[in-house]
Design a protein around this ligand. Structure first.
Ligand code: HPA
Length: 267
């Protein structure tokens, strides 16, 4: 393999035989997936050129290589959020690295607030589309020949079907819906949440969309899941906080990770 991506070369120094095909980014509540990786090699992000120095509580900042079932995977435990610095390109190099290593499919996971009363905290949702409310893009500066990326079917329909099938196998309910990217880091106001509901979103969160855009730009297929940790601001009496997000996420993480492992096995 000829690699002009420095981080990809660094990964292969740690794991010379690695040939991952599926890349996974773990958000809040999804970290338990690393416990299902066999023969893991763990590489701290600081050993990889251009990987994020994760700062959000609950994200450890390591790339895991290994197997889940029959599949070789590359799992990013910890991601860069645009709200940390205002830069929306923080995941560009890591995702390009995973693609350079051979990953053709990207599975994104996040924690999100619900905009639907029939999707309470503890629910799982597979994304069928998104709304880029922030109207920010990681593609500024991309080559003119590649920058007009088609975002129809950005969340691959076939992969979504496999996720719904995996949910039946695992015996959990998997909602389908539209994810709204809110830049953050402050939570939404109740008026914003009312607006998002009118606009047709089902869940709201502060990640994933820039990563989906990057992945589609470089031709990776995308599957994405939200773990619902709370109702949107103003929809319930509970106070929103990051601690509450993590607490709720932990309560459902077993089911979420069984679902994820089952989806990966079916790819
Ligand atoms: N809003 C935005 N991001 C989130 C939320 C929310 O309510 N819950 C978890 N992540």
């Amino acid at each position: 393999m000829s690699l002009n991506n420095l981080a990809a070369q660094q990964v292969l120094q740690h794991a010379p035989a690695a040939k991952p095909r599926v890349a996974i980014v773990l958000g809040s509540g999804w970290g338990g997936l690393t416990g299902l990786i066999s023969e893991p090699v763990r590489i701290p992000y600081h050993a990889l050129n251009g990987f994020p120095h994760a700062t959000v509580q609950g994200h450890s900042g390591e790339l895991w290589l290994g197997r889940i079932g029959e599949h070789e995977v590359a799992v990013m435990s910890g991601r860069k959020h645009a709200y940390e610095t205002g830069d929306v390109t923080g995941m560009k190099l890591p995702l390009e690295t995973l693609q350079a290593l051979g990953c053709t499919t990207l599975i994104l996971t996040n924690a999100a607030g619900s905009l639907r009363r029939d999707m309470p905290p503890g629910s799982l949702m597979v994304l069928n589309d998104h709304i880029n409310l922030a109207q920010r893009t990681p593609l500024i500066g991309a080559a003119a020949s590649t920058r007009f990326v088609n975002m129809t079917n950005a969340y691959d329909a076939e992969l979504r079907d496999k996720a719904l099938q995996a949910a039946r196998t695992v015996g959990c309910t998997l909602h389908e819906g539209v994810y709204m990217w809110y830049f953050g880091p402050q939570f939404e106001t109740p008026a914003e949440i009312r607006m998002f509901r009118i606009l047709g979103a089902d869940a709201v969160g502060m990640s994933t969309v820039p990563e989906t855009i990057i992945a589609r730009h470089i031709g990776m297929k995308v599957l994405a899941f939200s773990l619902i940790t709370n109702m949107g601001a103003g929809m319930s009496s509970e106070a929103l906080s990051h601690a509450h997000t993590l607490e709720q996420a932990n309560a459902v993480s077993d089911t979420a990770n069984r679902l994820l492992a089952s989806v990966i096995a079916s790819l």
